[in-house]
Write a protein that binds this ligand. Structure first.
Ligand code: AMP
Length: 195
């Protein structure tokens, strides 16, 4: 099957994490995107998982767009070797530009910022602001506790089975990108003008 060229927004940690498997997964995701000729949009930093992801995607031939607030240029080491680095005034502008025109959202292991971004696009999805796939890369079981929390929330009546079904979880980048590609076949890119 011929797969379309997608623009994928990836959220991940600004730190490398404790297990070398995390950084390795960021590199493998970057390489997998580049090999498919897909475009990567991410937070624009050179630090941690973010930098490993971007460098691998560039090396594999991806068009890589970073979006970073001016105030974080130093802290997150704004990556000047990207295809395009957009330096914006606010975090809200960063999030809007990252989400706009994107075919799918993917979260790799990360911390508070990664969780926040994942939950934001997840809530936008169930509220009907977009239909794009949401992918979670579960490296070394990193996201199992989050999944357990979400199942608990479902049992306790705060989260629905439909909301749970909106997130696709896989353990390898290629499996995740294949699943996302199948899901994107029927929906339009995100239009955030309504949000
Ligand atoms: P972390 O997962 O905490 O290492 O953060 C990953 C990325 O998310 C970093 O580039 C942070 O700047 C970014 N980030 C942190 N908080 C937010 C937020 N509220 N909205 C969007 N991105 C954020």
């Amino acid at each position: 099957m011929t797969r379309p060229r997608l623009r994928v927004c990836v959220y991940c940690g600004s730190r490398p994490g404790a297990n070398p498997a995390f950084l390795h997964s960021a590199q493998r995701m970057g390489t997998a995107l580049g090999r498919r000729g897909w475009q990567l949009v991410y937070g624009g930093g050179r630090v941690g998982m973010m930098g490993a992801l971007a460098d691998a995607a560039l090396a594999a031939g991806s068009d890589v767009e970073g979006v970073i607030p001016r105030s974080l240029m130093q802290r997150e080491a704004g990556h000047t070797g990207l295809t395009r680095l957009q330096v914006v005034d606010t975090m809200h502008e960063r999030k809007r530009l990252m989400a706009e025109h994107t075919h799918a959202f993917v979260a790799l292991p990360g911390g508070v910022g990664t969780f926040e971004e994942l939950f934001e696009v997840w809530s936008w999805r169930y509220l009907g602001y977009h239909e794009r796939p949401l992918g979670l890369l579960d490296v070394a079981g990193y996201y199992q506790p989050l999944l357990a929390l979400m199942q608990h929330a479902q049992r306790e009546g705060f989260v629905t089975a439909e909301q749970m079904s909106m997130v696709t979880l896989r353990t390898t980048p290629d499996d995740l990108l294949d699943a996302i590609s199948d899901l994107t076949a029927t929906c339009e890119p995100v239009d955030l003008r309504r949000i």
